[in-house]
Design a protein around this ligand. Structure first.
Ligand SMILES: [Zn+2]
Length: 192
């Protein structure tokens, strides 16, 4: 399913991803090309503009890095990303940041592709990323809860006595809740 063909952002030509797993950490550690591994760690320094505590690897939006020609030669790389949700305004910024980092690294040609299928899911967010969210004060996505629902754990005090204030929080991918115990409002990163 992850190998389903998709088209690039402008729909010009079909492109087949070599990505075999939704687990980016696994993809990085098992990649036998040191230059690709280095590209991944470089992208791991890019943070989501909306949730700066998360890197784009934590979010799981980097789907594939294809080295078309190593730095020693032409220096051409293609990065495939998947938007967290359709029309996410942060994606243009993220694509620009990826391009800038790779150009700074010395690549001469950097292509950013957008994969539409399979759609991004909160399952692609790393466990480390979910932990970082909680520390940051955002309740991480949890399959047990669907908005609107009670029982989402307060990231501040750990209480399950929370209530929904608004289905949409600071961004469309989050909901705004309030804790009945510590009274703190907090965002919940919705599952999808
Ligand atoms: Zn609380």
């Amino acid at each position: 399913m992850c190998n389903a063909p998709f088209r690039d952002a402008i729909g010009k030509r079909p492109y087949r991803s070599s990505y075999k797993t939704s687990n980016v950490a696994l993809a990085i550690s098992t990649n036998d090309n040191p230059e690709i591994r280095e590209c991944y760690s470089l992208l791991g320094t890019i943070h989501d503009p909306e949730i700066p505590v998360l890197s784009i690897l934590d979010l799981g939006i980097v789907r594939d890095i294809e080295l078309q020609s190593p730095l020693q030669q032409e220096g051409q790389v293609r990065v495939t990303i998947t938007s967290t949700y359709t029309g996410c305004p942060a994606m243009d910024t993220i694509a620009m940041l990826i391009r800038m980092e790779l150009l700074k690294k010395g690549y001469k040609k950097v292509e950013i592709m957008t994969a539409i299928s399979p759609a991004w899911t909160t399952d692609w967010m790393s466990q480390e990323g979910k932990q970082k969210l909680k520390v940051y004060g955002i309740a991480p996505p949890d399959k047990r809860f669907e908005i609107p629902a009670d029982g989402i754990i307060c990231p501040h005090c750990g209480s399950a006595h929370t209530r929904l204030l608004s289905e949409f929080g600071s961004t469309a991918c989050k909901s705004l809740l309030q804790c009945n115990e510590c009274k703190e409002p907090f965002d919940y990163f919705k599952c999808h």
